[in-house]
Design a protein. Sequence first.
Length: 58
Amino acid sequence: MTFPRHLADLPLLRPGGPGHDDELAGFQTGFAQRPDLVVPSCGTADVTAAVRTRPIGG
């Protein structure tokens, strides 16, 4: 069973910080990605929490 999560429960990975580059490895290897923020997810509840609480214009 998946429980709703909130963004505050998820790690926020910023460029140069631990885990940022590792989390991006293996996705869309045809070009370099440099997002300002990465939110690792373990399922749809995590993705939903990240998208719902994103900054306006972000």
